[in-house]
Design a protein around this ligand. Structure first.
Ligand code: FES
Length: 124
């Protein structure tokens, strides 16, 4: 989790131009060391982590229906508004801020944080 105050330090990065993504589709873009799935529903843009938490498929190539993307491999569905898995909202993909500046579509993507292992004696 990234704190709001930390997010203010993360810049928006241009990844595409208005018109690059047809309505009802998504595309995948590399932003730093991460892959971002950017979707256009015909009105607004949405961005989520491209990596499906099931087995790693690219969500950016999945079909988009009513604000929900379906993973192209095994059909897990994720809401673009909050990243929740439609079958169990306890599982989520990360959602990123998106804005349009002129004809540029920009996303704000925090870097990946290293996994923190529990403290304690690893020999136990
Ligand atoms: S890899 Fe996405 S549902 Fe299996």
């Amino acid at each position: 989790m990234v704190l709001v105050s930390e997010m203010n330090d993360v810049p928006f990065i241009p990844v595409a131009k208005v018109g690059d993504i047809p309505a009802g589709e998504g595309r995948t873009f590399a932003v730093g060391e991460r892959l971002v799935a950017l979707f256009f529903d015909g009105v607004a843009y949405s961005a989520i982590d491209d990596l499906c938490p099931h087995m790693g498929a690219s969500l950016g190539s999945g079909p988009l229906t009513d604000g929900v993307v379906t993973c192209p491999w095994h059909a897990w569905r994720f809401r673009l508004s909050d990243g929740a898995w439609c079958d169990n909202a306890a599982l989520r993909v990360e959602v990123f801020d998106v804005r349009v500046v002129g004809d540029a579509i920009e996303v704000r993507v925090p870097p990946v944080r290293p996994v923190e292992l529990p403290s304690g004696d690893p020999k136990r």
